[in-house]
Design a protein around this ligand. Structure first.
Ligand SMILES: Cc1cc2nc3c(=O)[nH]c(=O)nc-3n(C[C@H](O)[C@H](O)[C@H](O)COP(=O)(O)OP(=O)(O)OC[C@H]3O[C@@H](n4cnc5c(N)ncnc54)[C@H](O)[C@@H]3O)c2cc1C
Length: 341
């Protein structure tokens, strides 16, 4: 995967004398780093994980995105002079304020790393995992960064209709589950992952329950998950997403025995700051508000990728990182700061 397009290692690039910090080494952050280094800026990328790549390495399974290409692209960035600060969570290991003070411009590309909860009884029982955490844990172990990984067995239920849910099914089997069921509250025609991915799951021996929603997780005497209570749904009027609203069918609930569940009910944007927002406005979805040129509401701070758009795809995240980099470069050259709706 090519992150730097304008230059190659060995090119003589005059230094601009400016320093840029990029927070987040996913496709948005890496795409931006590839542009900014070629403009002659000093580029520092901070990431909480032990290897750059974000979801390209730790989220999306190998069969979809071969890691070799991502690693080759990162190696090229390092050869070009991009400095990576890994295992460094901004807001915890290094203060966001320090980054603001130490750099001429900052680009936030921290993605959506918080799992949405279902808010049903039993969600904190042992054996109830949020799918993204399970997936990241799986890859940290697979690539030798952690000794422990979540082990699954017997029947595992995955809840959701997006790519995270689909990939969690494949990885659950890899992690030891003998039977994997996917339950989704609408039908596959309305699933974010698309009909093809659902069909492929079935072709690969996964069972799918459409129009089904969990309503309770039930534990045994030791507080370990034992059953999932679910209810059948029907499709109603269109909701704000433009898809038919799933409506529970009265008295249709049933219980199924499971050893674990993986909840993939969506992800929420995670800017690298919590309460104090440093003058950077966020939306009601916790995404960072930007103008057309990826400028936030604070001078010198830009944002790109899923932390701006909400959960999206690799292509748009990479493209937005590159476009944001152009905007950062323009700002560093001219000092101009004008919000463009
Ligand atoms: C399981 C799964 C499967 C997917 N499959 C596909 C697919 O097949 N095709 C596709 O196009 N898209 C897929 N996507 C979506 C795609 O991966 C994302 O849209 C894309 O990676 C977003 O890029 P990003 O750079 O904005 O964020 P991310 O890739 O999430 O990168 C953000 C980076 O920021 C870092 N970070 C977060 N907070 C901090 C902090 N405070 N300090 C330091 N670092 C921080 C994270 O460690 C991470 O490396 C999938 C997503 C998931 C979860």
């Amino acid at each position: 995967m090519k992150f730097a397009r304008r230059c190659k290692p060995g090119d003589k690039i005059p230094s601009s004398g400016k320093k840029v910090a990029i927070i987040g080494a996913g496709p948005a952050g890496l795409g931006a780093a590839g542009e900014l280094i070629c403009y002659g800026h000093e580029v520092h990328v901070y990431d909480m994980l032990p290897e750059p790549g974000g979801l390209l390495i730790f989220g999306i399974p190998e069969f979809r995105i071969p890691k070799e290409g991502v690693r080759k692209g990162v190696k090229e960035l390092i050869e070009l002079g991009v400095v990576f600060h890994l295992n460094t969570k901004v807001g915890e290991d290094v203060e966001f304020e320090k980054i603001l003070n130490d750099f001429d411009a900052v680009l936030i590309a921290t993605g959506t790393w918080k799992s949405r909860r279902l808010n049903i009884p039993g969600e904190d029982l042992e054996g109830v995992y949020h799918a993204l955490e399970f997936i990241v844990d799986y890859h940290l172990h697979k690539y030798g960064y952690s000794e422990h990984a979540i082990k699954l067995k017997d029947r595992v239920l995955v809840i959701g209709g997006g790519l995270t849910a689909v990939d969690a099914c494949y990885l659950a089997r890899d992690a030891g589950a003998e039977e994997v069921y996917l339950i989704y509250r609408r039908t596959r025609e309305f699933a974010p992952a698309g009909v093809r991915e659902f069909n492929k799951l079935e072709e690969n021996g996964f069972k799918i329950y459409e129009l089904t929603q969990p309503i309770e997780f039930i534990g045994d005497d030791e507080g370990k998950l034992k059953y999932v209570k679910a209810i059948r749904m029907k499709l109603g009027e269109k909701d704000s997403s433009g898809r038919p609203r799933p409506v529970p069918i009265e008295n249709s609930d049933f219980t199924i025995e499971v050893s674990a569940v993986l909840v993939a009910a969506g992800e929420i944007a995670t800017p690298p700051f919590a309460n104090e927002k440093y003058g950077i406005e966020t939306t009601k979805w916790n995404t960072i508000k930007t103008d057309k040129e990826y400028k936030t509401t604070r001078k010198g701070v830009f944002a790109a990728g899923d932390v701006v758009s909400g959960p999206s795809l690799i292509g748009p995240a990479l493209a937005s990182g590159k476009k944001a980099a152009l905007s950062v470069h323009k700002y560093l050259e001219t000092g101009e700061w004008k919000w463009i709706e």
